[in-house]
Design a binder for this molecule. Structure first.
Ligand SMILES: CC(C)(COP(=O)(O)OP(=O)(O)OC[C@H]1O[C@@H](n2cnc3c(N)ncnc32)[C@H](O)[C@@H]1OP(=O)(O)O)[C@@H](O)C(=O)NCCC(=O)NCCS
Length: 186
């Protein structure tokens, strides 16, 4: 799916563009996610977990995003740089087609500027535009208070948890929380 370019104004007055990543930006996408994974423990991968991903495979992945009928990816571009990306995945199977899941990660220097909020507004709008979607869901890890605040602001509520979900290199174990936002009841 394609999200056409839309300009937003950040909390510091700068402008940014939200749009589905272009295939020619695949290398930038790979660099952004590797960087982001090195800046926080709250994403599922360490930077080296991306080592097997080549620019060619990333190009195929971006191309797949653009043509997929069940994924909407929205990247944030600032001065040509990718500040972050988010996705909403619409489930395919009949039994789960009422649910969609969302994911988001931004580079640290762009945290707290309102990008996450702008992205979430678009992801929720995309879910609302599909009458079959009743629930939007996500996961976050204990300690990720910024993410939790963002999700609560958009009406997500904790519905469950998985103890010991992440084991960090220093041995610390982190609990994962599941959140859902009820869009509509059927
Ligand atoms: C989590 C993340 C997506 C949030 O995006 P963001 O652009 O920084 O979020 P925003 O600036 O739109 O909003 C953050 C909100 O949290 C608040 N906040 C910031 N730090 C906070 C903290 N430590 N505790 C509570 N609230 C906090 C801000 O005040 C803001 O609220 P407001 O809009 O009412 O002022 C981003 O920080 C990020 O990519 N983090 C690393 C990767 C990650 O954790 N991804 C999510 C995995 S579940």
């Amino acid at each position: 799916m394609i999200f056409e370019a839309k300009q937003i104004t950040l909390k510091d007055g700068r402008t940014a563009i939200l749009k589905t990543p272009c295939i020619e930006d695949a290398e930038k996408m790979l660099n952004y996610i590797k960087k982001s994974c090195g800046e926080t423990d709250f994403l599922i991968r360490y930077p080296e977990d991306w080592n097997g991903i080549t620019i060619e495979s990333e190009e195929k992945w971006v191309e797949g995003l653009r043509v997929s009928p069940v994924v909407l990816a929205i990247a944030c571009y600032i001065d040509g740089e990718i500040a972050g990306n988010c996705e909403i995945n619409f489930n395919r199977t009949i039994k789960t087609a009422h649910r969609a899941s969302v994911h988001i990660a931004l580079i640290k220097k762009y945290w707290n500027l309102g990008i996450g909020s702008a992205m979430f507004a678009e992801l929720i709008a995309a879910a609302e535009a599909r009458p079959e979607i009743e629930i939007v869901e996500l996961e976050f890890l204990e300690g990720n208070d910024r993410a939790k605040a963002l999700y609560e602001k958009f009406g997500f509520k904790v519905v469950g948890e998985r103890p010991n979900a992440f084991k960090l290199k220093d041995g610390r174990l982190l609990k994962e929380y599941f959140m859902q936002k009820q869009l509509r009841n059927k």
